[in-house]
Design a protein around this ligand. Structure first.
Ligand code: PLP
Length: 441
């Protein structure tokens, strides 16, 4: 064996000995990929194999790998001011908040944290406190959807609607309830998509009424379910949910952790719909994952219920790293790149092309549905198009393996317990070249 070959083998062995991988089970026959480099949409593993990263890491490297401007922004900020707690303030945090408000229409105030899970935890805490300070102290419950993922910490996992993610970690936080999301491909025969989506939205109202509306603090949802299988609602759905929230005094929390920053072909996923969220959570594409950072955006009139001068009326949440100056500086530069390179528009255009050119796959006996919004695509695989029986594990794994063997990383989503882990996902960097898209197709 060559020296390089031996070194690589020992790297795999050391990894096996020392690194506990996120969510994935590996064994000797199936070792993890050790990724050593990234440039544009492409990553290289420790054996020198190159792959187009069709998942942007974990749906997060929106501007692609190897951006020197981002490294420079981090370097310059770290050497100027590496850290300041946000019990105080600093210029990059102020600049970023201002920029985000420009994107959202100047109606929000921003609380910084480190991850999508953190941002959702903050949303839950501040929603409860808001209701308390608004004279409705009985409101503490949240409703989300089955198949949704909102994070791994106790509250965010409680809001998550995928049973296998919670299995063996329960009991989690009390007060988290779920309803079914719209799955247009599997809607009942004879029902129009619009009728079906209105009906699914009304399930929130039923839940609110059955649970007693005075106990409901908020509804949390992604604009479209991403990790749970790329489920894109009809526009009436979100509008109806918002109307229900407003009628019952329930806060609408929109989780833009994946959908934000151009992924769906608009700056934010909810901008496809006629809604104005009360709270918006963001992470991933905010820095394109070059540094950890997340944000909980809160409508100004909600923020004004805090810090009223009454004792303990301020939000008593803190984290050490949230809003780190270098992370904020990188986020600002990242947003500048997105703007300068028109990556939001590019996402819409590339996504449209991808969907158009992959449409012929619909004739394939195992392809039940192809759906997408912006540069985010789901391909639902079935065993039988008539019965829509989800494709077997082996079949889905084989396709993913074939793609990898041919240099393309794709994702797999859905909900394992419900048997719907049969959706292939594509969510490549928005900076993909036309040739990258040719390659994927
Ligand atoms: N919300 C959504 C929609 C997500 O997809 C994720 C992560 O994938 C999270 C929240 C949690 O984000 P993080 O992994 O940064 O905690």
């Amino acid at each position: 064996m060559t020296k390089v070959g031996q070194e690589n083998e020992s790297l795999v062995e050391k990894d096996r000995q020392h690194v506990w991988h996120h969510i994935s089970a590996y064994n000797e026959k199936n070792p993890p990929m050790i990724i050593t480099e990234g440039k544009g949409a492409w990553i290289t593993d420790h054996n020198g194999n190159r792959y187009l990263d069709g998942m942007s890491g974990l749906w997060c490297v929106n501007v692609g790998y190897g951006r020197e401007e981002l490294a420079k922004a981090a370097y310059e900020q770290m050497t100027k001011l590496a850290y300041a707690p946000l019990t105080q303030s600093h210029e990059p945090a102020i600049g970023l908040a201002e920029k985000l408000n420009e994107m959202l229409g100047d109606e929000y105030v921003f609380f910084y944290s480190n991850s999508g899970s953190d941002a959702n935890e903050v949303a839950f805490k501040l929603a409860r406190q808001y209701h308390q300070q608004n004279g409705e102290s009985s409101r503490y419950k949240f409703i989300s959807r089955y198949r949704a993922y909102h994070g791994s910490s106790m509250g965010a996992l409680s809001a998550t609607g995928q049973a296998l993610r919670k299995y063996k970690y329960e009991p989690l936080a009390p007060g988290f309830l779920h309803v079914a999301p719209p799955d247009n491909y599997r809607r009942p025969a004879g029902q129009s998509i619009e009728e079906y989506n209105i009906q699914r939205a009304q399930e929130f109202e039923e839940k609110i009424i059955w649970e007693q509306k005075e106990t409901i603090a908020g509804i949390i949802m992604e604009p479209l379910i991403t990790g749970g299988g790329v489920l894109i609602p009809h526009p009436v759905y979100l509008e109806k949910v918002q109307e229900i929230c407003q009628r019952h005094g329930v806060l609408l929390i929109i989780d833009e952790v994946i959908c934000g920053f151009g992924r769906t072909g608009k700056a934010f996923g909810h901008q496809h719909f006629n809604v104005k969220p009360d709270i918006i959570t963001m992470a991933k594409g905010l820095t394109s994952a070059y540094l950890p950072l997340s944000v909980t955006a809160v409508r100004k009139d909600i923020y004004e219920k805090f810090d009223t001068g009454e004792q303990n009326s301020h939000l008593r949440h803190i984290n050490t790293f949230g809003g780190n100056p270098a992370a904020c500086a990188v986020a600002l530069k990242n947003l500048e790149i997105i703007e300068k390179e028109s990556l939001v528009e590019r996402s819409a255009n590339l996504g449209e092309r991808l969907q158009k050119e992959l449409a012929s796959l619909k004739d394939h006996p195992f392809v039940g549905d192809i759906r997408g919004l912006g540069f985010l695509l789901g391909i639902e695989l079935v065993e039988d198009k008539k019965t829509k029986q989800p494709a077997s594990n082996a079949r889905v794994a084989k396709i993913i393996g074939e793609c990898k063997a041919n240099g393309l990383i794709i994702g797999r989503n859905g909900d394992t317990v419900a048997g719907y882990n049969n959706i292939l996902a594509l969510s490549p960097p928005l900076s993909c070249t036309d040739e990258d898209v040719d390659f994927m197709i």
